[in-house]
Design a protein around this ligand. Structure first.
Ligand code: HEC
Length: 101
């Protein structure tokens, strides 16, 4: 039982470590290169009401939602198309960058 809880704790730490593994500098480049900036604005501050601002959204939220858009679990034709081209590393990097805005 004690061994079991140690294993559970160790894997929980491994998972949260991964969530922080994104590279914010690479995410910043991808945010511009992949066109996110065109809708969500420089520094995540959207100037178009149709597009949500991303400032203040934390990295875990961004990662979860980009993963859900990519999988079609969260549906929005624009974001489903945008997320379709993202790799797991892109999502981690974008989450690290946006989470810090
Ligand atoms: C053509 C415009 C457009 C582009 C380009 C775009 N988005 Fe979006 N994004 C949207 C819209 C519209 C929504 C709101 C979708 C909805 O209502 O479900 C959204 C939602 C989101 C959300 C969820 C925000 C929330 O509060 O729930 C995230 C995160 C996000 N976009 C990230 C990105 C990233 C990262 C990129 C670049 C890879 C990107 N978007 C490119 C239009 C765009």
């Amino acid at each position: 039982m004690k061994l079991f809880s140690t294993v559970v704790l160790a894997s929980a730490l491994a998972v949260s470590g991964q969530a922080l593994a994104g590279d914010a500098a690479a995410g910043k480049s991808a945010y511009a290169a992949k066109g996110c900036i065109g809708c969500h604005g420089a520094g995540g501050k959207s100037v178009v009401p149709t597009y949500p601002s991303l400032t203040g959204k934390d990295a875990a939220f961004v990662k979860q939602n980009l993963t859900d858009f990519r999988a079609g679990k969260r549906q929005n034709p624009t974001m489903n198309a945008m997320a379709a081209g993202l790799s797991d590393a892109d999502i981690d990097n974008l989450a690290a960058y946006i989470g810090g805005l």
